[in-house]
Design a binder for this molecule. Structure first.
Ligand code: GDP
Ligand code: IMO
Ligand code: MG
Length: 426
């Protein structure tokens, strides 16, 4: 067993990117296995900041191979722009990036469909990132109109499949929105063949590659995207993303069975954030929520939207930890809480007058849930320079212990600042 996995336990943006980056020096291959350019992972070291969306954080560590595996949905133009962006920051991608030929391709009509659905759904809009993610996964599940990365480098296949798909999409989009400007099949085909040609050196059967590496004893690191509560099957449906963003997605998204994973790290923000729609029982619509947003700079990496902020929800996080099957926690952004005199952690919900400790399966019940809080004393001192668990103030240690007790998983990492170095390892 030679693999580690990093999975978010809340609604995304738990600072997975920071921990993946930190662990890249102990691994040879980093694998992104789900989602697409809806993700935004921030990595900071040596005074530099990288914002990664499709590229695994392994690209920032020389000698580490990065794999974009089967379960990812790829916008080729966005990927090439991202590669150019990190290269302009002095990072060389070279041959160390592999892209699955089984991954699915996002086309402009996916984004057009999403824009229409989100706009016309009114109050039931999901609040998606508008990157065509859900509509590409929808195509994959529907099969007949899906295009995979391997087909981008087979001009005959693309030329034979796309005209019919685009004709269908134009009819659909015009019916939904009479002002829709039809896509021109020839233009889309030429553009995507060109993009495919550029990505060709990286495109391969990543599943076969990963199994060869496992056999050779290489150490793999799985980079989760989104979070367990955004999982299509296990999250707060319908306010979720369209793939398995809990630990459940690792096997299906990479082709590597979980028995190869020896360490599953659950990433937990010391409080709660959520972007987009859907219930968030501990959300704070007051000055404390704004204080957390300001201190944590809680604005979306991808869309720039202000993130909804609130106290840590241990009911939701415990559920995320159970579904993902994590064996330790990394508690992130603890420093953001440093100025608050009093802190709260939600240990149970009250729903229809009943105390509930299981995370509700029905969205209406979650919307009706009132948090039952445990109140803790704040530490009110700067902890950004702390590097050892024992040097944390007693109140911060107590906070971390309560998180661990309520989630039911030991804490092995505490993060006290965005930089790679601002990390406490147990
Ligand atoms: P991801 O999507 O899970 O990788 O997380 P994001 O990158 O979207 O959001 C996490 C944000 O918190 C980024 O801006 C990080 O630079 C920042 N960050 C990470 N760890 C810490 C920390 O311990 N303290 C503070 N203050 N910021 C952190
Ligand atoms: P990282 O990897 C936070 C949210 C969107 C929306 C819902 C569905 O940075 O943690 P989608 O575009 O995926 O169909 O949108 O999921 N969402 C995220 N929220 N972090 C993310 O990724 C997210 N990826 C998607 O805001 O509510
Ligand atoms: Mg993010």
């Amino acid at each position: 067993m030679s693999a580690t996995a990093v999975v978010g336990l809340q609604w995304g943006d738990e600072a997975k990117g920071k921990i993946v980056d930190l662990l890249t020096d102990q691994h040879e291959i980093v694998v992104r296995y789900l989602g697409g350019n809806n993700a935004g992972h921030t990595v900071k070291f040596d005074g530099k900041t990288f914002k990664l969306s499709l590229l695994p954080a392994g690209v920032l560590r020389p000698g580490v191979t990065s794999v974009i595996a089967t379960g990812v949905v790829i916008n080729p133009e966005a990927l090439l722009n991202e590669i150019a962006g990190v290269e302009s920051q002095g990072v060389s991608i070279g041959e160390d990036l592999l892209i699955s030929d089984r991954a699915h391709v996002i086309f402009p009509y996916h984004m057009a469909e999403e824009a229409i659905y989100e706009k016309q759904s009114g109050s039931s809009a999901i609040g998606t990132t508008m990157r065509g993610i859900g509509f590409c996964y929808r195509e994959k599940a529907g099969r007949s109109h899906a295009i995979r990365v391997g087909e981008l480098i087979r001009p005959d296949v693309l030329r034979s499949k796309l005209p019919e798909i685009i004709e269908f999409k134009n009819r659909l989009l015009t019916a939904l929105d009479p002002e829709h400007t039809p896509f021109k099949a020839d233009e889309v085909i030429e553009k995507y063949l060109h993009l495919g040609e550029k990505l060709k050196p990286h495109i391969t059967d990543t599943t076969a590659y990963l199994h060869r590496q496992l056999k050779a004893g290489r150490r793999l690191l799985f980079e989760g995207a989104q979070g367990s509560l955004l999982d299509l099957d296990h999250g707060t449906f319908p306010f979720v993303t369209s793939s398995n963003s809990s630990g459940a997605g690792i096997h299906s998204g990479s082709g590597v069975p979980e028995r190869h994973i020896s360490r599953m790290i659950g990433i937990v923000k010391a409080y709660t954030t959520r972007v987009g729609g859907g219930p968030c029982p501990t959300e704070l619509l007051d000055e404390v929520g704004q204080h957390i947003r300001d201190e944590g700079n809680e604005y979306g990496t991808v869309t720039g939207r202000p993130r909804r902020c609130g106290w840590l929800d241990a009911v939701a996080t415990r559920y995320g930890a159970n579904v993902s099957g994590v064996d330790c926690l990394a508690v992130m952004l603890l420093d953001v809480l440093s100025k608050l005199p009093e802190l709260k952690i939600c240990e149970a919900y009250e729903i229809n007058g009943q105390r509930v400790e299981d995370f509700p399966s029905q969205i209406d019940d979650l919307a009706a849930a009132k948090p039952i809080y445990r109140t803790l004393k704040g530490w009110q001192t700067d902890i950004c320079g702390v590097r050892k668990m024992a040097d944390l103030p007693a109140e911060a240690l107590e906070y971390v212990k309560v998180v661990s007790d309520l989630v039911g998983v030991p804490v092995q990492i505490v993060s006290v600042g965005p930089d790679r170095a601002q990390t406490i390892l147990e």
